[in-house]
Ligand binder design. Structure first.
Ligand code: ZN
Length: 79
């Protein structure tokens, strides 16, 4: 499925993330590589066989603090 020469690493290769991006949807947070891997912006991956790999690299984006939001927000404001 890779149209490049030389061919990109296969989905099972250790350097699979070096394959080229053929579809990119940054607004949705994912990209499709030419070896069939869908890679997400949190570095998680979905392999062609359906096997998922969790995020395995730190990202530059700060994580939203859900815990702080829930801790400080009352369920129903007095009306
Ligand atoms: Zn390729």
């Amino acid at each position: 499925m890779c149209p490049h020469t030389p061919t990109c690493p296969e989905a099972a290769a250790p350097d699979r993330e070096a394959a080229r991006t053929i579809i990119c949807h940054p607004e949705q947070g994912w990209s499709l590589l030419c070896n069939g891997i869908v890679i997400f912006e949190d570095t998680g991956e979905l392999l062609p066989g359906g096997h998922a790999i969790g995020p395995h690299r730190p990202t530059d984006l700060p994580l939203p603090s859900h815990a702080a939001i829930h801790a400080d927000t009352p369920d129903t404001p007095a009306a």
